[in-house]
Design a protein around this ligand. Structure first.
Ligand code: DAK
Length: 265
């Protein structure tokens, strides 16, 4: 390996037991998402998708200041319309992959999560924030709109009026405001952020992996369909789990008063 290969890696990976910690690593540009960083993130997600030893992912940003300060403005400045659309689709594809990974992804938001960074948070299963974190979709201050799913996912998560207030003002919001609106589930002291996220991830990693995948899928599939359709999807997924070894093991372990040993099948 080249001497700087690890330090230069745009997305660092450190495995802590069954949890993969991914760190977006362009701290000098506040981890702004350029095409190489998005491509590396896509590669990391593919790697993790096919690694059965990884059960849960934690995503964070390198450095003290930022989770991700947005899409890379320097890179976007001279885009023509076709390149801009291609870039938006490329970003949306990577963020969709977070949702379709089949493994929970927790955002540990350590600083600025603006524009594309806020959209990364929205694509994760849930997010924990440091008290220093700041959130917002400031794209209109640059004469554009959110392009990595922000106009769609934010409104679904915090409601149309709150989302429009964020998107139309471009204002930056505190971690407490993000907590109040449900964008993050917990706010902790900066020095506790990673341990808190990793501890929750480790706990999730002890649960049945097949059930985790099914639960995420059904929540997402039912998000914007009528309740009756969502309930049918839930019942179908519940039934399918009775084909799995994990269901047999989980229920047998309960009845035998022991810890379950899930194999993810
Ligand atoms: N892109 C590129 N570089 C960035 C950056 C960004 N988003 N954010 C920060 N940097 C760079 C700065 O240029 C600076 O670089 P040097 O000058 O040192 O070379 C370095 O990071 C440190 O930043 P600052 O010196 O500005 O640090 P401060 O503490 O003073 O300010 C800040 C921090 C986060 C408040 C400020 O950097 C800032 O306002 N950054 C921009 C935040 C922002 O507007 N983010 C949203 C980006 S727009 C679409 C696809 C995607 C999107 C939209 C459309 N389609 C294709 C349709 C998404 C758009 C966005 O995400």
């Amino acid at each position: 390996m080249e001497p700087n290969a690890i330090a230069d890696d745009l997305v660092l990976r450190r495995d802590v037991g069954p949890v993969a910690l991914l760190t977006l690593n362009r701290p000098k540009a506040l981890n702004a998402l350029n095409q190489p960083l998005l491509a590396r993130l896509a590669e990391r997600l593919r790697e993790i998708a096919s690694d059965a030893d990884v059960r849960v992912v934690v995503l964070t940003g390198a450095g003290e200041k930022a989770f991700v300060a947005g899409a890379d403005i320097a890179e976007m400045a001279d885009y023509d319309p076709a390149t801009a659309q291609f870039f938006a689709l490329a970003g949306q594809t990577v963020l969709n992959h977070i949702g379709s990974l089949g493994k929970p992804v927790i955002a540990a938001v350590n600083g600025f999560a603006l524009g594309g960074g806020c959209e990364v948070v929205l694509a994760c299963d849930f997010a924990i924030a440091s008290q220093k974190a700041k959130f917002g979709l400031p794209e209109v201050t640059l004469g554009v709109i959110p392009g990595f799913g922000g106009t769609q996912r934010l409104a679904r998560l915090i409601g149309r009026h709150n989302a429009l207030r964020w998107i139309l003002t471009g204002d930056v919001h505190s971690a407490d405001e993000a907590l109040r609106l449900g964008l993050v589930t917990q706010v902790v002291a900066p020095e506790e952020l990673l341990n808190t996220a990793l501890e929750i991830a480790q706990r999730i990693a002890t649960r049945g992996p097949v059930a985790l995948t099914a639960a995420r899928q059904v929540v997402d599939q039912g998000w914007d369909v009528p309740l009756a359709d969502g309930l049918r999807k839930e019942a179908a997924a519940f039934g399918r789990l009775f084909h799995s070894a994990d269901q047999k093991e989980g229920m047998a372990a309960f009845l035998q008063k022991r810890q379950a040993k899930f194999i993810g099948k």
